[in-house]
Design a protein around this ligand. Structure first.
Ligand SMILES: CC(C)(COP(=O)(O)OP(=O)(O)OC[C@H]1O[C@@H](n2cnc3c(N)ncnc32)[C@H](O)[C@@H]1OP(=O)(O)O)[C@@H](O)C(=O)NCCC(=O)NCCS
Length: 177
């Protein structure tokens, strides 16, 4: 397969990320957003992640961005500060070629290097076999399902919670408090 480059995202990548996410919002149930955010909003979100010290990666083939993954705060209250929530999205045409797993592995390694201790995936739709599968492949355990908490495309949707420890997890105390 053509070489896939995984690298940190820059603002120049956000037009492609906006397009990829727009498709997921319009046609998919992985995200519970109903209106696709525009480039300005995706840029605002990107900057908030950068300012907060969170990683954001893209996957590119021959210079063209075909996927992205980032980590952000799981919840805003400060005791959650060593826990991140992840997101990963690819162009539909290149699903199931190992690229999602590579993006997620890179994100996990970077979050470990930055001292985070737990990563949580909140997966829209218990029928989302691709997302559940890629997280299981990357070491996430199934925590459980929140049944019928979303409503999109005229039907009720579950969220599936998966989680993996990062680095020492809870075996040691964090370096910074
Ligand atoms: C979820 C997503 C990022 C996965 O990326 P991907 O590149 O397609 O997944 P990979 O090829 O890396 O798959 C890794 C493993 O996950 C599992 N997997 C991936 N897709 C699967 C599917 N459709 N059904 C079952 N298992 C699947 C498999 O175990 C696979 O390994 P294998 O192909 O060697 O069997 C991608 O499908 C996507 O963008 N989906 C739409 C958006 C989305 O759901 N994002 C997640 C939000 S939480």
């Amino acid at each position: 397969m053509t070489d896939v480059e995984i690298r940190p995202a820059t603002e120049a990548d956000l037009a492609a990320a906006t397009e990829i996410y727009e498709h997921a919002v319009r046609y998919g149930t992985a995200t519970f957003e109903l209106i696709p955010p525009d480039l300005a909003e995706m840029t605002r979100r990107f900057k908030a992640l950068m300012d907060g010290g969170f990683p954001y990666f893209v996957a590119a083939i021959e210079g063209r961005v075909i996927g992205y993954a980032y980590a952000g705060p799981y919840r805003p209250r400060p005791a959650y500060r060593f826990t991140v929530e992840n997101s990963v999205y690819l162009q539909p045409a290149i699903h199931r070629r190992g690229i999602g797993a590579r993006l997620l592995q890179r994100l996990i390694a970077e979050c470990e290097a930055r001292g985070y201790r737990q990563m949580i995936a909140v997966i829209g739709d218990s029928a989302n076999a691709g997302s559940i599968g890629v997280h299981a492949r990357c070491g996430f355990a199934m925590i459980g399902t929140h049944p019928n908490v979303g409503f999109k495309f005229g039907r009720w949707l579950d969220t599936v919670m998966m989680q993996r420890a990062l680095g020492d997890g809870a075996a040691t105390l964090p370096v910074a408090s």
